[in-house]
Write a protein that binds this ligand. Structure first.
Ligand code: CUA
Length: 415
């Protein structure tokens, strides 16, 4: 036999490949371990295994047994494969006697899975129908997705004290123990509404209205996330459901319907109102706001924004997040005070809204100074040909620091 030494330079590509494979292996192991360990997180507000309302509980009651059955089947199959691989591996023994067919075994192994799937199927279909039910609805809220925030509009429902439509965004406010039907749609692309502890996800599709039941057992904040890729800031399109006791909900409704109170003359907030009328009212509505000549200031977001909408800021300080719930409107300690309070004190704290002492002013100023710099959006004038020059998101307005200061003072009066 002749041995030929392979020149080292010819081996180089193979060595490289081996090292890439080795690195890939290590990377997979590390990321795999990270994913597994992430399951141990205690602060996981979007945990589907901890339902906080009857609709999510229905899903949980289905997923737990199905997960168990699938797990047991998986373990049995894995064990049988491992046993066969070890026991019958090639040790140079002669090929065993070849046989074919065992009707009893084959019929049994067909019937068992079919039975398991039928049972799982019956319970699944029952849950799907239960979750699609609309006949027991007690309250209706329209939910509209757009790049990259959610709008909530409450039609008149006098039994809840809603005597004029309420429009808000970012945080959905609902009374506890009430069967709420969300009617979801979108103004631009497909989004998906998902608050995991209250129900499964439902797509918000332009030109269609899809329903989604939610109900919360206890007062609190329940976090969610848009779950359909919808462009640049998809990951920044969050939502929160705020469940309040029925009394607290009535107070929230009453506050949302209060008449506009203009800031007193001579205050910084009054100057801020003028800046708002100059700059912001093009897109953002503040109900009851009047121009200097006494005519109502009506926002026309359809002229500037591709989706045709911008958040209504009438009661901005009654919510504690802004810009599609991406930023906290309250400072970290104030946020913690609300988010981590117990059911009994939560409502009172939430209804206080964001006060001057609690305002996360640096985040609000950064947003007013240059919104696209802190949240990725399509607002570059040179790249808006596809949308007829309209923005998708809030543009850079070039406000002066003094205008920003006035605007912050004005927005603080919007509670
Ligand atoms: Cu909206 Cu993703």
């Amino acid at each position: 036999m002749i041995h030929v030494r392979t020149p080292r330079r010819l081996l180089a590509p193979f060595n490289l490949l081996a090292s890439v494979v080795q690195r890939l292996h290590r990377g997979l192991l590390t990321s795999g371990a990270a994913i597994v360990l992430a399951g141990c997180a205690t602060n996981a507000p979007q945990d589907t295994w901890k339902p906080k309302g009857p609709n999510a509980a229905k899903i949980d009651n289905l997923q737990k047994p199905v997960f168990a059955v699938a797990g047991i089947v998986g373990v049995i199959v894995f064990a049988a494969v491992l046993y066969s691989v070890v026991k019958f591996r090639d040790r140079g023994q002669p090929i065993p006697h070849q046989s074919h067919g065992n009707p009893a075994l084959e019929i049994t192994l067909t019937i068992i899975p079919a039975l398991i799937l039928t049972i799982v199927g019956v319970f699944t279909v029952r849950s799907v129908f239960d979750l699609a039910k609309t006949s027991d609805t007690e309250m209706i809220i329209n939910v509209t997705g757009q790049q990259w925030w959610w709008e909530y509009d409450y039609p008149v429902q006098e039994q809840f004290g809603i005597t004029q439509p309420i429009i808000t965004s970012g945080q959905l406010v609902i009374p506890v123990g009430t069967k709420v039907l969300l009617r979801e749609t979108s103004r631009d692309v497909i989004h998906s509404y998902w608050i995991p502890v209250l129900n499964g996800k439902r797509d918000a599709v332009p030109g269609r209205v899809q329903t989604n039941r939610i109900e919360a057992d206890n007062p609190g904040i329940y976090a969610g996330q848009c779950t359909e890729f919808c462009g640049l800031s998809h990951a920044n399109m969050r939502m929160e459901a705020i469940a309040l006791s029925k009394d607290d909900f009535a107070k929230w409704v009453a506050n949302q319907q209060t008449e506009y109170v203009a800031p007193a003359d001579g205050t910084l907030a009054k100057e801020g109102e003028a800046v708002f009328l100059n700059q912001c009212v093009r897109c953002h509505q503040v109900n009851g706001l009047k121009r200097a000549d006494g005519t109502p200031a009506i926002a026309a977001p359809d002229e500037n924004v591709w989706s045709g909408a911008a958040p209504n800021l009438t009661h901005l300080m009654s919510r504690n997040t802004f810009a599609g719930a991406m930023f906290d409107l309250a400072k970290p300690e104030c946020r913690k005070n609300v988010w981590e309070s117990d059911s009994a004190t939560f409502g009172g704290k939430y209804l206080t809204g964001v006060t001057k002492d609690c305002l996360n002013e640096s985040a609000l100023r950064a947003w007013l100074r240059n919104a696209p710099a802190v949240k990725p959006m399509y607002t570059n004038p040179e790249q808006l040909a596809a949308t007829d020059g309209k923005y998708r998101g809030m543009p850079y307005l070039g406000l002066s620091e003094s205008d920003i200061e006035k605007l912050v003072a004005y927005l603080l009066t919007r509670n």
